[in-house]
Design a protein. Structure first.
Length: 401
């Protein structure tokens, strides 16, 4: 069933140029997913009650008028609501953050209901818990990726309904959708070269905790966020420049990213010496589409293995030392050393560069004494913004002495 709605507002199009942003809301009334969490295979089967659905629809239908009001009349959100006749049937891992419904999990529905060039935004509404309390692990309420080929050119957001048949609370229960949608919007216009605020850090721009919702988002959506001697955000001229369905009209395929090289290859490393490991990753949709780039040093002894990776969205390097379970992180180029039991990484001499479709990371690594007399399989993988990733690829063997 498909329902198309307009905002509950009156727009005088003769007096103002209003950008139309087309949004598709996919409401999944049931969930049936199997996943592995903490080494155990689990299955969650659940569905929305009639009350769950009505409460969700009440909130969803408030979104268009709030978009118009909070953007101070710059944007008109045309809303279409679709109820797919099947459950959510798969979820994608977010690592320690649990799982989400990625564009790949509902790719057939995106192709069916949101072909290239039809929508600027896609929202997925789903239930992740059962009446007995069993749930799909997921840290956070909403997850978003900016507009791109992974969702046929649209921005993409998932929001789960409140758990245990709860209510959508607050003066603006639709704020979760406005917040995530603003991530889509600012991510899109940043790609066009416009400076946008970080909407998760309202205090950086002088806003109080109480102002971090409506006041801050309204200023973001109308280009009125103070920034030095000027203002940033989505100004009327920026709204008028384009929307995702036009910019991505020529793109239709999200290609699987891949690992292309790792140097040095197979050989011997010595404890206490500094080594540079350079890994390259390739994405046909552009290097900016790469989200995380991984290397894993895998020993036959699990507690002597270590995984390192770079998160492009956060511009941070990470090291997960499996000998102690500690997660270390730093910004590349900063004078910080990540010291684990197996290795240390000097962030100051770790560099990241992008060129076209290629991402290159040069890691500065020193093996610690606990790595001595271990033979490591060196594997690599890469994940893009849609959650697509290939299996880990064996790149080399490294003998530590």
């Amino acid at each position: 069933m498909v329902t198309t709605l307009s905002p509950l507002i009156s727009i005088n199009r003769a007096s103002a140029a209003v950008t139309t942003w087309r949004a598709l809301f996919l409401v999944y009334r049931s969930t049936d997913v199997t996943f592995t969490w903490n080494g155990q295979t689990q299955r969650v089967r659940t569905s929305m009650s009639s009350s769950d659905l009505q409460k969700a629809l009440y909130v969803i239908r408030r979104v268009p008028s709030t978009v118009y009001n909070w953007s101070r009349g710059n944007t008109y959100l045309s809303q279409t609501i679709v109820y797919p006749d099947h459950p959510i049937s798969s979820v994608t891992s977010l690592g320690a953050n649990g799982f989400w419904v990625s564009p790949l999990d509902i790719k057939a529905d995106i192709n069916k209901y949101a072909p290239q060039g039809r929508y600027d935004s896609i929202f997925v509404i789903w239930r992740l818990d059962t009446d007995s309390g069993k749930r799909v692990p997921s840290l956070g309420w909403g997850w978003t990726v900016r507009p791109g080929p992974w969702a046929n050119g649209a921005g993409y957001t998932t929001v789960n309904i409140p758990q245990q048949h709860g209510d959508w609370l607050g003066r603006y229960p639709e704020q979760i959708f406005l917040h995530e949608w603003t991530h889509q919007v600012t991510g899109f216009y940043e790609q066009l070269g416009y400076r946008m605020p970080n909407i998760d850090r309202a205090s950086d721009y002088g806003y109080s905790r109480e102002e971090a919702g409506q006041v801050f988002l309204s200023d973001v959506l109308s280009g009125r966020v103070p920034y030095g001697s000027t203002y940033i955000g989505v100004k009327p001229s920026i709204w008028a420049s384009s929307t995702p369905r036009y910019l991505y009209a020529a793109q239709s395929t999200n290609y699987l990213p891949r690992v292309t090289s790792l140097t040095p290859g197979t050989g011997t490393s010595y404890v206490g010496r500094s080594y540079s490991f350079t890994a390259t990753y390739y994405d046909s949709n552009g290097a900016k589409n790469i989200n995380k780039a991984y290397i894993k040093f895998q020993s036959s002894y699990y507690n002597r293995s270590v995984k390192i990776w770079y998160n492009q969205d956060k511009n941070k390097i990470y090291m997960k030392d499996l000998s102690n379970g500690v997660l270390y992180s730093a910004v590349p180029g900063k004078d910080v050393v990540l010291r684990g039991n197996i290795m240390q990484i000097n962030a100051r001499y770790t560099t990241v560069s992008l060129s076209g479709n290629q991402l290159t990371i040069r890691w500065s690594i020193v093996f610690e004494p606990r790595a001595d007399n271990n033979n490591y399989r060196v594997l690599a993988s890469v994940r893009d913004d849609s959650g697509a990733y290939p299996d880990y690829k064996l790149m080399a063997y490294r003998y530590v002495r």
